[in-house]
Write a protein that binds this ligand. Structure first.
Ligand SMILES: NC(=O)c1ccc[n+]([C@@H]2O[C@H](COP(=O)([O-])OP(=O)(O)OC[C@H]3O[C@@H](n4cnc5c(N)ncnc54)[C@H](OP(=O)(O)O)[C@@H]3O)[C@@H](O)[C@H]2O)c1
Length: 218
């Protein structure tokens, strides 16, 4: 199995996921626009997780070292990045965690990107040969980064590729405390993104770190 690469892996969400997956025994590659920032983040992972296999490279170099790539960029940077990375992402499992949000007067709102109803669908349109899964959009970075905090709740994910969904379920199963919920079609990504806006407004209201758990599943 190839390494798990994190584009934008120096940010809270990418680094948080990389820490958790490194802790779960996955070899990780941190991507950044700057090789030295990537290197610093990888060093941080190795310091936090004894025995972790973690290295840092520029984003495209990181992608080239893995068949499984987490896109953890700000939404505003996504389209531009896909322009330059399209040919590098083809054929790979691409895990999109991007949420296009804006905050107006303290209130979080979904701000869909031009050209697609969700970030996940935008990635799939830009790289048709990639196996795009939208996931981890409702899991807070602060909780992921705090390795002393237990994870809880559901990772609801979606993809139009059944094998990609199976791979995603297996990855989520490595993270103790989280349950994988396969939501089917990638078009559900727009609702996962909207839920994040709600969670952030709840966090603001209750000074909390919320995530989701679905009840009533068989
Ligand atoms: N934070 C959360 O709790 C959370 C939860 C769920 C989903 N998400 C989503 O996950 C994604 C990442 O979140 P985050 O909080 O980690 O984001 P972030 O800190 O804003 O950005 C992540 C990384 O992206 C790189 N980056 C920033 N601007 C860029 C640009 N213009 N072009 C290319 N790369 C750029 C930076 O790395 P370098 O400077 O090293 O290149 C940065 O460290 C976002 O879409 C967010 O909505 C976040």
């Amino acid at each position: 199995m190839s390494r798990l690469a994190f584009v934008g892996g120096t940010g809270p969400q990418g680094l948080g996921l990389a820490l958790r997956f490194a802790q779960a025994g996955e070899a990780v590659v941190i991507g950044s626009r700057s090789a030295s920032r990537a290197d610093d983040a990888a060093r941080r992972i190795r310091a936090a997780v004894p025995g972790a296999v973690a290295d840092g490279f520029e984003n495209l170099d990181a992608i080239g070292r893995s068949d499984r790539v987490v896109l953890a960029l700000p939404a505003a940077a996504l389209s531009g990045f896909l322009e330059i990375a399209r040919s590098h992402l083809g054929g790979k499992l691409v895990i999109d965690v991007v949420v296009p949000l804006v905050q107006r007067e303290g209130f979080f709102e979904l701000a869909p990107l031009p050209g697609a109803p969700s970030a996940g669908e935008l990635v799939q349109q830009a790289v048709p040969s990639a196996r795009v899964v939208s996931a981890f959009k409702n899991v807070p970075a602060a909780r992921l980064q705090d390795l002393h905090a237990a994870l809880e709740g559901d990772v609801v994910f979606c993809s139009d590729d059944a094998t990609a969904r199976a791979e995603m379920a297996a990855l989520v199963a490595k993270l103790a405390g989280l349950r994988a919920v396969d939501a089917g079609r990638l078009a559900n990504a727009r609702y996962l993104e909207a839920i994040t806006a709600l969670l952030l407004n709840l966090n603001h209201r209750f000074r909390a770190q919320t995530s989701i758990a679905i009840v009533g599943l068989p």
